[in-house]
Design a protein around this ligand. Structure first.
Ligand code: M6R
Length: 607
């Protein structure tokens, strides 16, 4: 088994790291946290200790990791301590403040805890612990763990953690250390955690990205596992019974996969990687569509109807893919916003639910699929995520690590994976003629080249436009039919990383109200799709009111001439490359952080 088979899932807001090394823990913890910063960047902290060295010595700082580095430079920790835990936070419980930053400590300051997840019974535990005399110094749910460990007594740390964990409800990936014990204890329940052997000891993290270049393989903790890192590793269950170590998983991502390399930022890198990601996915899927193997390999029952469930960019990808199920496979197909999901009256109990989520950890999606009775297919970039584990079948997007918070290559591969699935269903159940399916497969095969061409064209155009657009307070993204998901995606990208308002809207709807917003300062991005007549009419109406029209089309005179002349059932996917570049160039002009936009995190594991 390789990492791309088994490990990319389990990605959550916040990141935790831990180590038990013979060398200095700081030298591992800080670069590892840097790699996890995309999971949350409100505050960060580390705690280190060593045999007989007291502590844990803790430093925390509000803001990005650089703020923590500044603190450490001003007030260095004792050097050479090899045991440590670290955390980078995306605030859920409690405001962004130093007191709320991890690691959290017990009353005596001798236990340090970092935690990912949500403790559902934290309020109750806090009240009970307070009644028993514990003093809390933060508003954060995670702090209860430090006090529970403290209360469990002065015996072995691993036993104290086990006792603490038995009292928790919710989800957790925990790393705990103590000044009294030369060890780190890990525990997990519904929140990912991996551990591996580095050159000078054991290292652990909530996200494999943190360990790239440090370990050759890792072991994935399963729910209920308690792992003790001393100068060796021991696995036990919640009752203290010894477990064999979980099977090793080879790390097949290179350290460079999680670095920007020649690019300015991860978003630029990940936009540029789209043609290669598309090619890789299509090489796997295309040969299996027409002969029915792709569908048969999923092991799912026949499909009377389909519903997509997703959020954000994945919702837009779902809308694009759903057209293939409707138009080519002729199946009744709905698309539901996961946070609003209710089983539709009349949807057959054995209808197929396709949950689309790059992370596979989005709480809204996980909560929505709890209620579906029929077969569940996960379309995800994280094949060992909670969603994938819950699903009856998984289609892996194989986009590689996506570090930028804005979805780019995961969106593109979701559309391609979803479209391939729609064609596979059409082929397997004879719902379209073999000739029609073959023609659509050929159109899918052309996508990597189209994406390549769009990439080459779009960057300079977007770059040249950005200065002119910098003062525009808001944007419309309009299209029709199959272009609508891309207009919506373009608007989302722009909002997310430029902090300007943007609305994705059907061209025909503008005149029913939104046109009142248009004046000389309003850029309108038109994504061509289907018959141009009505789009041209809408563009003319907006131009007459002073709007600046930015056209993404097939004709050479389009602002972004990136679309194929013939539109496939999944719509103008190439347009998204232009829209991503437009958002990114404007964000850079406005001085925004394209990879870590404010208030956001890569994966939203809260409802
Ligand atoms: O991990 P998911 O695909 O389930 O995430 C869903 C959304 O949170 C995500 O697509 C979000 O909208 C993107 N960051 C937008 O770029």
């Amino acid at each position: 088994m390789t990492v791309t088979d088994d490990l990319r899932g389990g990605i959550v807001v916040c990141g935790i790291v831990a180590c038990r090394l013979t060398g200095g823990a700081e030298e591992f913890l800080l670069p590892a946290l840097r790699r996890l910063e995309y999971r949350g960047y409100d505050s960060a902290g580390i705690a280190v200790t060593g045999p007989g060295q007291g502590g844990p010595h803790t430093v925390r700082a509000v803001g990005r990791l650089d703020a923590l580095l500044g603190r450490l430079a001003a007030r260095p920790l004792p050097t050479g301590l090899g045991i440590g835990v670290g955390h980078t936070r995306w605030a859920t419980h409690g405001v962004v403040s130093e007191a709320n930053a991890h690691p959290h400590r017990d009353c005596s300051g001798s236990v340090a805890v970092v935690h990912n997840g949500i403790l559902d019974n934290a309020d109750q535990l806090r009240a009970e612990l307070t009644r028993r005399g514990h003093r809390f110094s933060s508003e954060v749910d995670s702090e209860v763990v430090a006090h529970l460990v403290e209360e469990a007594g002065a015996g072995r740390l691993v036993d104290a953690v086990r006792t603490a964990v038995r009292q928790l409800h919710g989800s957790w990936a925990l790393a705990v250390t103590s000044g009294r014990a030369a060890e780190v204890v890990l525990a997990c329940h519904r929140s990912p955690l991996v551990v591996g052997l580095a050159e000078d000891g054991y290292v652990a993290a909530s996200d494999l990205t943190a360990l790239l270049g440090t370990v050759g393989h890792v072991h994935v903790l399963q729910d209920g596992d308690i792992v003790e890192l001393t100068d060796q590793i021991s696995w036990t269950d919640g009752h203290g019974a010894a477990l064999p170590p979980r099977p090793p998983v080879t790390v097949d991502w290179a350290a460079e996969d999680a670095e920007t390399g020649v690019y300015e930022d991860f978003m630029e890198k990940e936009i540029a990687e789209q043609p290669a990601a598309a090619r890789r996915l299509l090489e796997r899927l295309l040969p299996q569509i027409v002969d029915g193997r792709l569908w048969a390999g999923l092991g799912l029952p026949p499909v009377p109807a389909v519903r997509f469930v997703a959020c954000g960019s994945s919702l837009h990808a779902s809308a694009a893919a759903a057209r293939v199920f409707r138009r080519v496979a002729g199946l009744p197909t709905t698309v539901a916003v996961a946070s609003e999901f209710e089983p539709e009256p009349g949807f057959p109990d054995h209808g197929l639910t396709v949950a689309v989520s790059q992370s596979g950890e989005t709480a809204d999606v996980l909560s929505a699929v709890e209620a579906v009775p029929g077969p569940l297919l996960a379309l995800t970039n994280s094949p060992s995520s909670s969603l994938a584990r819950r699903a009856d079948a998984v289609l892996d997007c194989t986009a590689g690590p996506e570090i930028g918070v804005a979805a780019t290559k995961t969106f593109t591969t979701q559309v391609i994976g979803g479209a391939a699935l729609g064609l596979a269903v059409a082929a397997a159940f004879g719902r379209a003629s073999p000739a029609a399916v073959t023609a659509h497969v050929a159109a899918l095969a052309r996508l990597p080249d189209l994406l390549d061409a769009a990439q080459l064209t779009s960057f300079p155009v977007a770059d040249a436009l950005a200065d002119d657009l910098a003062d525009a307070p808001g944007f419309f993204f309009v299209s029709r039919g199959a272009g609508l998901p891309y207009a919506a995606e373009g608007a989302l990208k722009l909002k997310e990383i430029t902090y300007r308002w943007a609305e994705g809207i059907a061209a025909g709807e503008l005149k029913h109200g939104p046109i009142a917003l248009i004046d000389e300062s309003t850029p309108v991005v038109v994504v061509d799709s289907g018959s141009r007549t009505r789009l041209n009419g809408a563009a003319a109406e907006m131009r007459a009111r002073g709007a600046r029209i930015i056209r993404v089309g097939a004709e050479p005179e389009a602002t972004f001439p990136v679309l194929a002349a013939d539109e496939p059932p999944w719509g103008p996917l190439e347009s998204v490359v232009a829209l991503q570049h437009l958002a990114r160039s404007l964000a850079i002009t406005l001085g925004r952080d394209t990879d870590k936009p404010r208030n956001l995190a890569k994966s939203v594991t809260v409802l």
